[in-house]
Design a protein around this ligand. Sequence first.
Ligand code: C2E
Ligand code: MG
Ligand code: MG
Ligand code: MG
Length: 288
Amino acid sequence: RAKQEGRNRFCFFSHDLESSLMERHHLETRLRKALINDELFVHYQPKIDLQTNIIIGAEALVRLANDEGELISPAEFIPLAEESGLIIMLGKQVLNKACAEAKRWLEMGHTIPISVNVAAAQFADPDLAGMIKKALLDHNLPAHLLELEITETALMIDAADMQNKLSELISLGIKIAIDDFGTGYSSLAYLKKFNVDVMKIDMSFVKDMLNNKHDYEIVKTIISLGKSMGLVLIAEGVETKEQSHALVELGCFMGQGYLFSRPLNSTDFEAFISQSSKCVKGINSVDE
Ligand code: C2E
Ligand code: MG
Ligand code: MG
Ligand code: MG
């Protein structure tokens, strides 16, 4: 009986493994096809000055639809893209779309810096800096309007080597942000050596900062660390006015989150900018 149970259990795991491998294979095929046929698209989420509601930037977030037309989460396909090597092609496509979009905004009269996420595996590409330089040239986008978001975890994988790679990128004139700060294990010594410009406070701390004393203290500590290092601070996942006010009180003046806007397709983002420029001119009330 025990033997039979054991066998059943084995069958269960093996079946599970098989279906997850098939799912993985299916997703990889879908991603590969999307890359070849240029079917990936990009959504843009505004970054907001918490005191004035003015747009101070936008983050490019890649989107992929399955065969039924439903969106697949990047949290699912980015890791797969990293493991399969497809991330190099994906990263290039997203960067080029994002640069083209930021150039369009510029031509519309809006100077909005664009942030693009760069995965850890992209740093294995010796031509990363060359690819970025070419994208800026091809789209005639001033380098200071491009920011790369690199997760704290990715920065620390090979921190010593990362220092050189970051210097090469910074010499292009672009900005660097540490993404999801607080979720990795930063060595403060490296943090000081990295020449980054922006620190993004991970949304997991912002989420509960007003109901959880520990999260509040973590946010407060990250803000004071960032400030003492002279970094620009931006909070991710701001969903309520109360969070926004508390962040300003603690000295974090920029935010991104559903309170202001979800990530938008390029048409909707352009509409959002036009509306928000009225806001800057004082046609809409800035408060509430
Ligand atoms: P991330 O870079 O930290 O991006 C922020 C994520 O939080 C986005 O999820 C965004 O839609 C979501 N978000 C924004 N505001 C709120 C909010 O108020 N509440 C909540 N609950 N969520 C909010 P998304 O687009 O699903 O992306 C997930 C992750 O996938 C990103 O995290 C990033 O690590 C990765 N990713 C997305 N696009 C790219 C890309 O083009 N390249 C690379 N390498 N990674 C990407
Ligand atoms: Mg990001
Ligand atoms: Mg993040
Ligand atoms: Mg994240």
